[in-house]
Design a protein around this ligand. Structure first.
Ligand code: NAD
Length: 377
């Protein structure tokens, strides 16, 4: 197959990890005889420095015409510490999601057995956890009207949802649940928020079309507690933009590290694939960022945007094999990890590249790909 992929590194460790994501895609193309054409585009602080805007028209035009996008992250300390700056990296992110109609963010929380010890949660609670989050991405307080009073002492963000926005993501969640354990947990705050009551009412209506899927509702505070108390009780979770943002960072601890969690943002057009982590100023430039979230995002890209199930499974198997061989980046190493097994960003990327297509890796693909191959298109 011939495919055109936009690489959108963004800022901080976004640049470091997407470089490794690109390398694994190149290896997959060579091994499975595909032609992948790569082109770079700018976003975030990087784009502001170069063009004065967080998402240049040129970047957007490239994205509108490509087959898939591999994204890193945006963000720079300059903006985090100065709320008065009007042009900000995250504006690029929100505009990109809106313009490309990327309304559903899939976040598979898949724990590799080798990393059971890397989490701060007890292994017996974690083992077997496999959750697929659907976070709504183009509504909620992120896009509602923002107001600050003239005297500067009052500010508000409108939490707003339209019925069609809830319907379309609920359908995606129920469809995915049908390919998994047939359970959907819808998370809201319907005891106090009107937008959550609309959310719940709409999910209940959509659920009638999927009588074979069990639906439960949870308030976001309860869900936050149950996620670490009994993560195995969740299969598919569907929730709004704000709650999904927070809950999936919490859920990253199930997978051991922020550096392990991939995501796919899909809608009606092109798909965008990115780690759930940000630009991580604290480790930028040190060469220690874990590239596996970006590499697993590339696996989602192959699966969801290109329908390349075998290729995607081979990539996930290569990640699993690298972990089985004992290799770790600092964030997922523990005190017992031998020093020579602790790799930097590029070394871990190379380890995975070398393991793609390895016999042992191929044998393992059947074991551990469930969450990544849910049918979501
Ligand atoms: P972060 O996700 O960047 O980092 C949180 C913590 O996790 C840090 O300690 C970091 O070192 C660690 N971490 C993250 N990714 C890692 C990886 N691959 N390997 C090893 N450790 C990793 O969140 P933050 O520190 O709150 O935010 C930093 C910047 O990123 C901010 O400017 C924020 O606005 C931005 N941000 C962007 C996105 C995005 O582009 N989608 C998402 C979240 C935050």
């Amino acid at each position: 197959m011939n495919k055109r992929i936009i690489i959108l590194p963004g800022d901080g460790i976004g640049k470091e990890v997407t470089a490794e994501g690109k390398k694994v895609l190149e290896k997959i193309a060579a091994l499975f005889v595909h032609q992948f054409e790569f082109e770079e585009a700018t976003i975030g602080h990087d784009a502001i420095e170069k063009t004065g805007t967080a998402l240049p028209d040129e970047s957007l035009a490239k994205m509108r015409t490509c087959d898939a996008i591999l994204f890193g992250a945006v963000g720079h300390p300059k903006y985090d510490n100065d709320p008065t700056l009007k042009v900000r990296p995250e504006q690029g992110l929100l505009k990109m999601r809106k313009e490309l109609g990327l309304y559903a963010n899939l976040r598979p929380i898949k724990l590799f057995d080798e990393l059971l010890g890397a989490s701060s949660i007890k292994p017996e609670i974690l083992k077997g956890s496999d959750i697929l989050f659907f976070r709504e991405l183009t509504g909620d307080v992120y896009f509602g009207e923002k107001v600050k009073s003239a005297d500067g002492n009052t500010a508000s963000d409108l939490m707003i949802y339209h019925r069609y926005e809830v319907e379309r993501i609920a359908h995606k969640a129920f469809q995915a649940a049908r390919t998994r354990r047939k359970k959907v947990t819808s998370v809201d705050k319907a005891n106090v928020l009107e937008s959550s009551r609309l959310w719940r009412e709409t999910v209940n209506i959509v659920a009638k079309e999927y009588p074979d899927v069990q639906l439960e509702h949870q308030f976001v505070d309860t869900a936050a507690m149950k996620l670490i108390q009994n993560p195995r009780s969740f299969d598919v979770v569907v929730t709004g933009n704000l709650f999904g943002d927070i809950l999936t960072d919490e859920a990253s601890q199930i997978a051991g590290s922020m550096g392990m969690l991939a995501s796919a943002s899909v809608g009606d057009k092109v798909g965008l694939y990115e780690p759930i982590h940000g630009s991580a100023h604290d480790i930028t430039g040190k060469g220690i960022a874990n590239p596996l979230a970006s590499i697993l995002s590339a696996a989602l890209l192959l699966d969801i945007s290109f329908g390349m199930k075998k290729e995607s499974a081979a990539l996930i198997a290569a990640v699993e094999l690298s972990l089985k061989q004992g290799y770790r980046t600092v964030d997922i190493a523990d005190p017992k990890t031998p020093k020579d097994k602790v790799l930097n960003t590029q070394q871990m990327g190379k380890r995975v590249v070398d393991n793609i297509g390895a016999k042992a890796g191929q044998d393992m693909t059947a074991l551990n790909t469930g969450a990544f191959v849910a049918s979501v298109s």
